[in-house]
Design a protein around this ligand. Sequence first.
Ligand SMILES: [Zn+2]
Length: 322
Amino acid sequence: MTLDHRAVSARNTFAGPPIDRIHARRRDEPWLAQQLADPATRLLFLWRSRTLVTAGDSARPATFPAAGAEPLLAAAESVTLLGRDGSSSLWVAVDLPDGAPPPEALTRAGEFRDLRELAPSLPAEESALLCQARALAYWHRRHQFCGVCGHPTRSAEAGHLRQCTNEACAEQHFPRTDPAIIVLVTSMGRCLLGRQSGWPPGRFSTVAGFVEPGESVEEAVAREVEEETGVVVGRVSYHSSQPWPFPASVMLGFTAEAREETIRLDDELEEARWFSAHDLRAALKAGTVRLPGPISIAYRLIEHWYDAQGPERLETVGLAPW
Ligand SMILES: [Zn+2]
């Protein structure tokens, strides 16, 4: 299958930050120091995994010039170069220490909010940039110590590497992304949706789970579907992917065709059901089923299938969001 990555994945929220990641300059420390003194360099602040945005309903990232922010940079948990935008400004993520409230100079400019809650109302490019910042800040926090020898690590390469400070070890730790599969299973004009017992009433979604070591993603798709629903799948097709920094995943989206429709639940799902487009529409209209929000790849997979059943598009059905 041939995919145009701009046409497919870029429609998924959080994909495609509008920047050049300037990989080649990350090791150039004198250049980096110069950039951090440049008034055009923009700082994005995070605190307790929340991002500083302007207050009010139409929140946007509240950025600060790097010049003059030296004390904040010195006290930060991590400082990571995100990249260069179309107007040649550098964007840098600064994760503030958890233990103290953020400085007043920042909270006067806005408030720290959760990206998942903000994403539906942010421009796509900004969601993507905040996703990158959140994912890297989380990784730094979880890799303060070397997993090989236990000594502290230090940030290097503009925040894209953590170097073990024990010279005898010198292990290099790179940012981690955990692959997870998410799959819409279909059979003869119906799709399979399930719900976990802890979810709000009526919430249904696709099957998802982490890829295990030593497993291909196609095998993970088949295993997760069978574990959660008892359904055996045949043909598996890739759809698109989505960075999902809650806390550190990339979601690999698939569709899969069931070989047979018998459902046998395990402990993970409370219920799983086959829905025709007609069933799903009626349940959505009645409010007895609620789908994941449009920022999720789960929604995109369901939408892709529903719209192909025709003639109506899922976005016109009128969703009650989670
Ligand atoms: Zn080490």
